[in-house]
Design a protein around this ligand. Structure first.
Ligand code: HEM
Length: 503
C-alpha cells in the first residue's frame, strides 16, 4: 500500500507541517522580538530562560544586571518578561509611564476565585480596581493613618509584654500579635485588643492569609499556566470547587465583622478605624465590596509588617552598636520610666532611620508585586511589547553601589547623612502600597518600644563564642520573604534575666 495515497496519512502530514510552520514562525518572531527588546541572557528554543531562574530570582536578576545592565529582558516559555534593575529605569517606567505599567498579571486562584476579584493588590488595572482603590484611599491617607496611632501604641506595649513573658515565642508573637491581632484588627475594624493569640477570629483570619499566600506560590495551581482550566465545571475541578467554597465562607466572615462594626458605629461606640471610614463614606460600594476592601488590608498588611519586624530583630542581633546608639537616643528623649509614644517621634531621628534601613537592607518584598504592560512601548531604544510581565528588582535597587556604597551593611546613619535617600520597598506609581503610612507607623512604634524595653543579643555557645545568625539566609513565603528562623536572646533592659530561645 502506498502510504502517501492514504488520506489519513496525508492529513497527519499536513497537521505536522502546519505545526512545524507555526512553531518555526513563533520561534522566529520570539527570536526577532528578543533582538529589539532589552538585552538579556540567551535561552533555549521555545522554553527561553524558564530553567535559568533559581528559587530566589532577585539574586539571579542582580547578577544579570552586572552583565546586561539596568533593564533586562527574558523569555519564559513565550511570555516576555522585563526586569527593572535600577531606580532610574523603574521610576521612568512605573512612575512616569504609569498609564502603561499599572496593570497586574492575572492571579486566577489568588484573585479571581478566592477573593472574587475584589482584593485590590491582585486586581487587574481598570474601573473595578479604581473604584475599590478610591474608596480605600479615604481610610488610609497620611492624616487618617495618624488617627490609628493610639491603637498602634497600645498594641506595641502588648507585643513588648509578650516578649518579656514568652521570650522563646518571640517570632510567633511577632507574627500573630504584630500582624493580625496588633494594629490590624484594631485599625481595620476598631476591635479591642484580643488577649489570646488563639482567638477563633485570629485563627480564621490567619487561615485566610495562609490560603492566599499558598495560592500565589509559583506552580501552586496549574490553572495559572493553563488559564483555560478555569472554565472547567466545579464538579470536575476539586481545586475550583474548594476555592469558590472558601470565597463564600470568607465573604460571610468579612461581611459579619463589617456588620459588627456598623452596629458599633450606630451606637456611637466605634473607635476611629478603616471600616468607620468605609461606613461613613461608602461611595458606590456594594456590601460585599466594602467587606472585601477591608479584608484586603489584612491580606496586604499582616505578613509584611511582621516580616519587617523580624528583619529588625536580625539586624539588632548582628549590629549591637546600632542597638546601643538607638537606646541612648531613647533614654535621652523618652527616659526609662515610660514607653515611647508618637509624640516623641520628631525627636527620634535615629529610630526613624532604623525603620528605613530595615526596609532597605532586607526588603520583605525583593521583587515587589508584578506588573503587566498594556500597550507596546519603547524605552531607551528598546521595544517592550504589550502583555510583557514587568518586575522591579527592589533588592538590586537597594544595593546600587552608587547610591548605597556600603549596601551590605545595616547602617541607619546613611539616612541622617543624606535625608533625601530613597528606598522603594513600597513600590511605585499608581499601584504604590496603600498602607505605607500605617506600616511605617507600626514599624516606628514597635521598634521604639522594643528598643526602649528590651535587649537583643546573639546567644553564646559553650566556648563563649557568639552564635551569629546568617546575614542572608531567607525563606520565600510567597507574599513576603523573611529571614530563616534564628536564635536570639531577648532580655528586659531594666531587669536583666537572660533567656535563649529558638524559633
Ligand atoms: C512593611 C510593610 C509593607 C510593605 C513592605 C508593603 C509593600 C507593598 C508593595 C511592594 C506593594 C505593591 C506596590 C506596587 O505594585 O508597586 C503593596 C501594595 C499594597 N499594599 Fe502594602 N506593604 C506593607 C504594608 C501594608 C499595609 C499595613 C497595608 C494596609 C493597611 C497595605 C496595603 C496594600 C494594598 C491595599 C496594596 C495594593 C495596591 C494596589 O495594587 O493598588 N500594605 N504593598
Amino acid at each position: 500500500m502506498a502510504t502517501h495515497n492514504n488520506p489519513l496519512f496525508s492529513a497527519a502530514l499536513g497537521i505536522l507541517v502546519l505545526c512545524l510552520g507555526v512553531a518555526f514562525r513563533s520561534l522566529r518572531s520570539a527570536a526577532k522580538l528578543r533582538k529589539i527588546m532589552p538585552p538579556g541572557p540567551p535561552g533555549l528554543p521555545f522554553l527561553g530562560n524558564l530553567f535559568q531562574l533559581p528559587q530566589f530570582q532577585w539574586l539571579r536578576f542582580t547578577e544579570w544586571k552586572a552583565q546586561y545592565g539596568p533593564i533586562i529582558s527574558l523569555n519564559l516559555g513565550g511570555q516576555p518578561v522585563v526586569v527593572l534593575n535600577s531606580y532610574q529605569v523603574a521610576s521612568d517606567l512605573l512612575d512616569n509611564r504609569s498609564a502603561i505599567y499599572s496593570d497586574r498579571p492575572r492571579f486566577i486562584m489568588g484573585s479571581e476565585i478566592l477573593t472574587g476579584s475584589m482584593l485590590i493588590a491582585f486586581m487587574t488595572y481598570g474601573d473595578p480596581w479604581k473604584k475599590l482603590r478610591r474608596a480605600a484611599h479615604d481610610g488610609l491617607t497620611r492624616q487618617v493613618s495618624a488617627s490609628y496611632t493610639p491603637i498602634q501604641e497600645r498594641e506595641a506595649s502588648i507585643l513588648v509584654k509578650s516578649m518579656i513573658e514568652q521570650p522563646s515565642l518571640w517570632d510567633q508573637n511577632l507574627r500573630r500579635k504584630a500582624s493580625a491581632a496588633s494594629g490590624l484588627l484594631g485599625i481595620v475594624y476598631g476591635l479591642p485588643s484580643l488577649d489570646s493569640t488563639d482567638d477563633p477570629l485570629i485563627t480564621r483570619v490567619d487561615d485566610f492569609i495562609r490560603r492566599l499566600v499558598r495560592a500565589t506560590l509559583p506552580g501552586a495551581f496549574l490553572v495559572e499556566i493553563l488559564p483555560v482550566m478555569k472554565r472547567l465545571p466545579s464538579w470536575m475541578a476539586k481545586w475550583k470547587k474548594e476555592g469558590l467554597e472558601w470565597h463564600r465562607k470568607d465573604t460571610i466572615l468579612f461581611q459579619g465583622i463589617m456588620n459588627d462594626a456598623k452596629d458599633l458605629a450606630r451606637s456611637g461606640n466605634l473607635s476611629p478605624c478603616f471600616a468607620g471610614h468605609l461606613i461613613e463614606n461608602p461611595r458606590d460600594l456594594t456590601e460585599k465590596e466594602s467587606a472585601w476592601v477591608a479584608a484586603t488590608m489584612f491580606g496586604a498588611g499582616s505578613e509584611t509588617v511582621a516580616a519587617a519586624l523580624c528583619v529588625f530583630i536580625l539586624a539588632m542581633t548582628l549590629y549591637p552598636n546600632v542597638m546601643r546608639t538607638a537606646q541612648a537616643e531613647l533614654d535621652q528623649v523618652v527616659g526609662r520610666d515610660r514607653m515611647p509614644s508618637f509624640s516623641d517621634r520628631a525627636n527620634l531621628p535615629y529610630i526613624e532611620a532604623i525603620v528605613k534601613e530595615v526596609l532597605r537592607w532586607r526588603p520583605v518584598g525583593p521583587l515587589g508585586l508584578p506588573r503587566r504592560s498594556v500597550k507596546d512601548d519603547r524605552y531607551n531604544g528598546y521595544f517592550i511589547p504589550k502583555g510583557t510581565l514587568v518586575l522591579y528588582n527592589v533588592w538590586a535597587i537597594h544595593r546600587d553601589p552608587e547610591i548605597f556604597p556600603d549596601y551590605d551593611e545595616f547602617r541607619p546613619e546613611r539616612y541622617l547623612e543624606q535625608p533625601d535617600l530613597e528606598y522603594v520597598t513600597y513600590g511605585f506609581g499608581r499601584r504604590i502600597c496603600m498602607g505605607k503610612d500605617v506600616a511605617n507607623n507600626a514599624l516606628f512604634i514597635n521598634i521604639a518600644s522594643m528598643l526602649s524595653a528590651l535587649d537583643f543579643a546573639a546567644p553564646i555557645d559553650d566556648s563563649g563564642n557568639k552564635i551569629l545568625p546568617s546575614r542572608t539566609a531567607c525563606v520565600d513565603k510567597g507574599l513576603v520573604v523573611r529571614p530563616v528562623p534564628f536564635e536570639c536572646c531577648i532580655t528586659p533592659r531594666q531587669f536583666p534575666v537572660s533567656t535563649s530561645s529558638k524559633v
